[in-house]
Design a protein around this ligand. Structure first.
Ligand SMILES: NC(=O)c1ccc[n+]([C@@H]2O[C@H](COP(=O)([O-])OP(=O)(O)OC[C@H]3O[C@@H](n4cnc5c(N)ncnc54)[C@H](OP(=O)(O)O)[C@@H]3O)[C@@H](O)[C@H]2O)c1
Length: 281
């Protein structure tokens, strides 16, 4: 656990998570913007689901770093996302690489020949997946069970795989959830220190889970801030600022993952996330 985080945290919450670099680089801010990396690896997107070419991906990642993004979320099931991200990581000087927080997952896998993902929560599949992710990424700061179900969370296979991850020195374990029962169960697992869930103005089912995650000292990671893009293009669209303001008004501390693969959109999102009320036109 880093000194600086402890100093800025509310005194009644003891963070369970441990990161070399605090995810809250701006003093007093309790949420940080992270970049989700689905779109650089497999078809993903509301208006354009093409996978961008390599040069564009590397420029996107460089732009993210230059803007100040330090939290990146990938997964083996995001097609070639980990491979492409690993190329970017390898291009960084050691001090810059060390400043990043890298989150990945296991449990959902990628079938390259069929260009499809599939779920396998058995121990051997989880351990192999983790070995491959570590080989690609070098260091993993957070590992989340992917496509989490209550059955998987209760299984001996997942428990053994989490023990294996621990033995490899991965400092933060947790789950990415999309149902309330799994979320509730994940919060009760003592060894977990991170929980990822979808959260936006049109999808509020995890509001209380988000609050409880923070109250329990877990790092809360919210995905789909624009509802996979739908909110921005609705008949009565949300502005980027309104979608982020909604999240900032909730009772959780952690990461908001933006899912863009466009440099221009990333800059817009960074600006919208960091604008404060008094700066609004
Ligand atoms: N664990 C899970 O099961 C799970 C599920 C979903 C997501 N995630 C994680 O969360 C991340 C974010 O989720 P998400 O992709 O659904 O996030 P999102 O930001 O709600 O949606 C991304 C979509 O919004 C569009 N978009 C973003 N910013 C825009 C802008 N300024 N103007 C216009 N369009 C914009 C993107 O298109 P462009 O690319 O064209 O900008 C893309 O179509 C993912 O990358 C992944 O890391 C995890």
């Amino acid at each position: 656990m880093t000194e600086s985080y402890v100093e800025s945290a509310p005194i009644h919450i003891l963070p369970r998570w441990s990161l070399r670099n605090p995810p809250f680089p701006i003093t007093g801010r309790r949420l940080a913007l992270g970049l989700g990396l689905i779109g650089i690896g497999k078809p993903w997107g509301h208006t354009d689901d093409t996978v961008p070419p390599e040069t564009q991906v590397q420029q996107l990642l460089e732009s993210a770093f230059t803007l100040g993004i330090r939290y990146f979320d990938t997964a083996p099931s995001y097609g070639v996302s980990e491979q492409r991200f690993s190329g970017f990581l390898a291009s960084l000087p050691p001090a810059q690489r060390a400043s990043l927080t890298v989150a990945t997952k296991f449990g959902e896998h990628w079938d390259q020949s069929r260009q499809q993902s599939f779920v396998d929560h058995r121990y051997d599949a989880l351990a192999r997946s983790l070995d491959e992710s570590l080989e690609r990424l070098g260091r993993i700061d957070l590992l989340q069970l992917h496509k989490t179900t209550p059955e998987a969370l209760r299984s001996r296979d997942v428990e053994r795989a989490m023990d294996y991850a621990c033995s490899l020195g991965i400092p933060n374990l947790g789950a990415s959830v999309s149902d309330l029962e799994s979320a509730d169960l994940a919060l009760s697992i003592r060894g977990f220190s991170v929980l990822q869930f979808p959260f936006n103005p049109a999808s509020v089912q995890f509001r209380e889970i988000a609050r409880r995650a923070t109250a329990s000292g877990l790092l809360a990671v919210s995905n789909r801030p624009f509802g996979m893009g739908r909110l921005l293009y609705a008949v009565q669209p949300f502005t980027r600022e309104a979608a982020f303001d909604f999240l900032k008004g909730q009772s959780f501390d952690g990461i908001v993952l933006t899912g863009t693969k466009s440099i221009e959109h990333l800059r817009q999102n960074w600006a919208a996330f960091h604008i404060v009320g008094s700066e609004r036109p």
